[in-house]
Design a protein around this ligand. Structure first.
Ligand SMILES: NC(=O)c1ccc[n+]([C@@H]2O[C@H](COP(=O)([O-])OP(=O)(O)OC[C@H]3O[C@@H](n4cnc5c(N)ncnc54)[C@H](OP(=O)(O)O)[C@@H]3O)[C@@H](O)[C@H]2O)c1
Length: 327
C-alpha cells in the first residue's frame, strides 16, 4: 500500500480503551497513530512511550492541526460530541467511542456538522464489524431464521471500581449509556427504531445513594418497527452476556460476551443446529478500525454497516429508557 493510503490517527484520551485501540491497530493494514492529546500530558507521554507514538500535543488544536487523517476519541461520554464537532470542523475524520453522545440532541448537532462538512464520522460500535457478526448477518439476510421478530440481550457487571466515571451522574454515568447502548444497538439493528420503550430499574451510584444517582439496573421492553426486544443492563448485579435473535424460521444465540461475538448456535425450526465459531484477532477493536480506514480511503462519509440512523436509533432508545428512570 502506498504512503498516501496509510491512515494516520490522532488519539484523544489515553486511558484504558485507547490502549485496547492500539492493540487492535497492530492488526489493521496501513494504519498508524502519529499523535495523542490527553488533558494530563504526563499520561499521554507514558502512553506514547508504551505504544511508540511520536508526538504528545499540548492542546486539541495542535493535534488537529498536525499531519493526521482521523481522530479516535477515547475520553468519557460527556466530551464525545464537542470533540467530534471540533475534529469534523478541522476536516479530520472521526471514529468516536460509544456512546456517540449523551443525548439525541447532542448527537444531532454532531450529525449536522458531519453532513455539512462531508467528513467521515462513525461511532466505534464494535459488534457489527466482528467476523462472526458479519457471518450472522449474511445468514439472516439469506433467510436462515426467517423474519426477525424478537431480540433479547443484555449484560450486568457489578465489578465497577469505586470512583469510576460510570457511577457519577455528573459524567453521564449509569449502565444504560455505558453498556445498555450495545443491547440497544442489537435490537435496533434487527428490528429497526424503537417506537415504544418501557423501563423498570433502580438508581444508585456514588456512595450507594438512591436519589439522584445513576441507573444501576435497567430492564427494558421495546416495540420496534419490526418486532419486540427485551434488554437489560446493570452495574450492581452479575448477568450473563448472551443474546438471542429470534425469527419466524429459527433463532440464533450468540454466547457471552455477545458484543465481542466469537461463538453462536443457529437453531432451525426443523431441529437442525449449526455451531458458528470465529475467534476474533487482536483486541477486536481492529475490525471497526479497519472498516473505518477502508471508508476513509474510499472517500465515504458514513458507514453502510453502522451509519447515522443506526447510531441515532440506539441512542434514542437509551435516552427514552434513561428519561423513565432518571427523572
Ligand atoms: N468499545 C469498548 O469496548 C469500550 C470499552 C471501555 C470504554 N469505552 C468507552 O471509552 C470511553 C473512555 O473509557 P475508558 O475506560 O478508556 O476511560 P478511562 O480509562 O478513564 O480514560 C479516559 C481518558 O479520557 C481522559 N479524560 C477524562 N476526563 C476527561 C474530560 N472531561 N475531557 C477530556 N478528557 C478526559 C482521561 O485523562 P486523564 O489521563 O487526565 O485521566 C483519560 O485519558 C468511554 O466513553 C467508554 O464508554 C469503550
Amino acid at each position: 500500500m502506498s504512503d498516501s493510503q496509510i491512515i494516520r490517527f490522532g488519539i484523544i484520551g489515553t486511558g484504558s480503551i485507547a490502549g485496547r485501540f492500539m492493540a487492535g491497530l497492530q492488526h489493521v493494514p496501513a494504519a498508524m497513530a502519529t499523535g495523542t492529546y490527553n488533558r494530563t500530558r504526563s499520561k499521554a507521554m507514558a502512553f506514547n512511550g508504551s505504544h511508540g507514538i511520536p508526538h504528545a500535543f499540548d492542546s486539541l488544536d495542535e493535534l488537529l492541526a498536525s499531519d493526521i487523517d482521523a481522530v479516535y476519541i477515547a475520553t468519557p461520554h460527556p466530551s464525545h460530541a464537542a470533540l467530534s464537532i471540533a475534529a469534523l470542523q478541522a476536516g479530520r475524520a472521526v471514529l468516536c467511542e460509544k456512546p456517540a453522545a449523551t443525548s439525541v440532541a447532542e448527537l444531532d448537532a454532531v450529525l449536522a456538522v458531519a453532513r455539512a462538512t462531508g467528513v467521515l464520522y462513525m461511532e466505534a460500535m464494535k459488534p457489527p464489524f466482528f467476523p462472526l457478526y458479519r457471518e450472522i448477518r449474511q445468514r439472516i439476510e439469506a433467510g436462515a431464521i426467517g423474519e426477525v421478530r424478537f431480540v433479547r440481550a443484555g449484560f450486568a457487571n457489578p465489578n465497577v471500581p469505586a470512583g469510576h466515571a460510570v457511577l457519577d451522574p455528573a459524567q453521564a454515568g449509569g449502565g444504560l449509556l455505558d453498556i445498555g447502548i450495545y443491547a440497544a444497538f442489537l435490537a435496533c439493528d434487527w428490528l429497526g427504531a424503537a417506537q415504544d420503550v418501557q423501563t423498570l430499574g433502580r438508581l444508585g451510584g456514588l456512595d450507594g445513594v438512591e436519589e439522584g444517582g445513576v441507573d444501576t439496573f435497567a430492564s427494558i421492553q421495546s416495540r420496534h418497527e419490526h418486532g419486540i426486544s427485551q434488554l437489560y443492563c446493570g452495574l450492581d448485579t452479575s448477568g450473563s452476556g448472551e443474546a438471542l435473535i429470534a425469527g419466524t424460521g429459527g433463532h440464533i444465540v450468540i454466547f457471552e460476551k455477545w458484543w465481542n461475538p466469537a461463538s453462536a448456535t443457529l437453531v432451525h425450526t426443523d431441529g437442525r443446529r449449526e455451531e458458528l465459531a470465529m475467534a476474533p484477532l487482536g483486541s477486536g477493536l481492529n475490525y471497526e478500525t479497519a472498516h473505518f480506514c477502508e471508508l476513509l480511503r474510499a472517500g465515504q462519509s458514513e458507514s453502510p454497516l453502522h451509519g447515522f440512523a443506526q447510531t441515532r436509533a440506539a441512542l434514542q432508545l437509551i435516552e427514552n429508557a434513561r428519561r423513565q428512570l432518571c427523572r
